[in-house]
Design a protein around this ligand. Structure first.
Ligand SMILES: C[S@@+](CC[C@H](N)C(=O)[O-])C[C@H]1O[C@@H](n2cnc3c(N)ncnc32)[C@H](O)[C@@H]1O
Length: 250
């Protein structure tokens, strides 16, 4: 049994939210209305290109055009205010029936998403990336943009994303890393330090993807962002950590 508060299910155990996750949740919850305007202005100002371009590249890695004709389920972990919802919807082949599930730990953020989108395909819940409340192989696509570097345990969160993804489907993870292959001026380095002030070594957690993951790709998709893509092999992931309790979609 999970509590439902003002229409939103809380699918995590409070005692399991620890360390960095508590801090991040408080920051995102209280500063939620600032998130989108800051991202829209800060990225170009800092020299990392436009937010729309970052999202376009990230969503392209999901290969949404290959889905269908059967109905599909997609998961965004850390959905925030729902800035990727329209991108995901618009990149699916016309006519494909789909559910987009979005989970987030910060109520302030997910309430923004709730207000912004009242689409029947959207299913929102509060949940922790470290214990996704879904059965194995439940989703046809899994995406996360923007918080992996700061998770309490990124390895566990990646294992969870792999666990809930159907075998062979891309799991797409995007977060901050200063492009090691670019000429980064003092300005770029200073700006990167400013936007990642809470993290001393932002990097792609490529070494932390599940041991049996295949087709692991680590790319830089903007000056300040990497995109890590991997797939789980058929037969089920072996390095999984079970979620606290499965939550069935209806
Ligand atoms: C930088 S925002 C990005 C939001 C959205 N994905 C986007 O692209 O605009 C990161 C989001 O991850 C959420 N988050 C942070 N830690 C989390 C966790 N452990 N489990 C679930 N969501 C988390 C935050 O509350 C926040 O909404």
């Amino acid at each position: 049994m999970w509590p439902i508060e003002r229409g939103l299910a809380r699918l995590y155990e409070e005692r399991e939210v620890r360390g960095n996750d508590r801090l991040l949740r408080a920051i995102y919850h209280h500063l939620a209305p600032l998130h989108d305007p800051v991202v829209a202005v800060a990225l170009p100002l800092c020299g990392s290109g436009r937010e729309t371009e970052l999202r376009r590249r990230a969503i392209a890695r999901m290969a949404l055009g290959e889905l269908g004709p059967d109905p599909v389920r997609i998961l965004e972990v850390g959905i925030g205010s729902g800035s990727n919802v329209g991108w995901i919807r618009d990149h699916l082949p016309a006519g494909v029936r789909f559910e987009l599930w979005g989970v987030d730990l910060a109520e302030g953020m997910i309430r923004l998403c709730e207000r912004r989108w009242s689409e029947p395909f959207l299913r929102l819940a509060m949940a922790d990336a470290h214990a996704l409340p879904f059965p194995d192989g439940f989703f046809d696509r899994v995406v996360h943009i923007g918080a992996t570097n700061n998770y309490r345990d990124p390895e566990r969160a990646l294992a969870e994303m792999g666990r809930v993804a159907r075998a062979g489907t891309p799991v797409v993870v995007v977060d901050e890393r200063l492009d090691p292959g670019a000429r980064n001026s003092l300005y770029h380095r200073a700006m990167f330090r400013l936007v990642t002030f809470y993290d001393w070594a932002p990097r792609a957690p490529a070494s932390l993807v599940p041991r049996d993951a295949v087709e692991v790709r680590d790319e830089q998709i903007a000056r300040f962002f990497y995109c890590l893509t991997f797939r789980m092999p058929a037969g089920g992931p072996s390095s999984v950590i079970r979620a606290a309790g499965p939550f069935e979609a209806t």
